[in-house]
Design a protein around this ligand. Structure first.
Ligand code: B4P
Length: 190
C-alpha cells in the first residue's frame, strides 16, 4: 500500500497537490480540513464546535480528528493507499495514525513536506480568500495565527517521521506541475 503524508504550513499546496496525486496513483484522499468543512456545511454538532476554533485559526482537538480518520480508514478497507492531507498536525495525531495503520497491517510510506516561506503563504491564502469564502483565509491576523499554530504544534511532527527515516522535504515554490513532478519522483520509489 502507498500511504503518503503531505506536510507543510497552511497554504503550502497540500490540497492542490493531493488532487493531482489521487488521479495518478488512485489513492483515497483524506483531508481533515475538507472533512471538517463538510461537517460545518452539514451543521453537525462536531461542525459547530470545530467552526469556532477554525475561524480563529486554531487546531481542532486531537481526539476529534483522530476519530474522523479512524472512521474513514474503516470505510475504505479496499483502498490501494491513502493520501493524508493536513493530518497528522500534532505528534499525538502522528502516534495515533501509526497505531491505526498498524492495526490494519500497514504503515506510512513517506512524509513529503512542501517548503514555502511565510510571506508567500500569506499571499496565497489571502488570494484564495477572495473567492473561497473561507473565513480563515480572509483575515491576515487569522492567517498569521494559523502559521503560528503550525510552527508550535505541527512543525515537530516532521521529527517524528525523520526518526523513522520517512521524511523528504521538497521546494513548494514554483509551478504546480513542477512541484508535482518532484513529489512523484519520491512517490515512485515505493
Ligand atoms: P486545511 O484545510 O488543511 O487547510 P490549509 O492548511 O489551509 O491548506 P493547504 O496547504 O491544503 O493549501 P492549498 O493546497 O489549498 O486546514 C484548515 C483548518 O482546519 C486548520 O487551520 C484547522 O483549524 C483545521 N484542521 C484541519 N486538519 C486538522 C487536524 N489534523 N488537526 C487539527 N485541526 C485541523 O493551497 C492554498 C492556496 O495556494 C490555494 O489557493 C492554491 O491555489 C494556492 N497554491 C497551491 N499551490 C501553489 C503554487 N505552487 N503556486 C502558487 N499558488 C499555489
Amino acid at each position: 500500500m502507498l500511504n503518503l503524508v503531505l506536510f507543510g504550513p497552511p497554504g503550502a499546496g497540500k490540497g492542490t497537490q493531493s488532487q493531482k496525486l489521487i488521479e495518478k496513483y488512485q489513492l483515497v484522499h483524506l483531508s481533515t480540513g475538507d472533512i471538517l468543512r463538510n461537517e460545518i456545511a452539514n451543521g453537525t454538532q462536531l461542525g459547530i464546535e470545530a467552526k469556532k476554533l477554525m475561524d480563529q485559526g486554531l487546531l481542532v482537538p486531537d481526539e476529534v480528528v483522530i476519530g474522523m480518520i479512524s472512521n474513514k480508514l474503516d470505510a475504505n478497507r479496499d483502498a490501494r493507499g491513502f493520501i493524508f492531507d493536513g493530518f497528522p498536525r500534532t505528534v499525538a495525531q502522528a502516534e495515533a495514525l501509526d497505531a491505526l495503520l498498524l492495526s490494519k497491517d500497514t504503515s506510512i510510506s513517506v512524509m513529503i513536506a512542501l517548503n514555502v516561506d511565510d510571506q508567500e503563504l500569506e499571499k496565497r491564502l489571502l488570494l484564495r480568500g477572495k473567492d473561497s469564502g473561507r473565513p480563515d483565509d480572509a483575515n491576515p491576523e487569522i492567517i498569521r495565527k494559523r502559521i503560528e499554530e503550525y510552527n508550535s504544534k505541527t512543525a515537530p511532527v516532521a521529527n517524528f517521521y525523520k526518526s523513522q527515516a520517512k521524511f523528504v522535504s521538497i521546494n513548494g515554490i514554483g509551478s504546480i506541475d513542477e512541484i508535482f513532478t518532484e513529489i512523484t519522483k519520491v512517490a515512485d520509489t515505493f
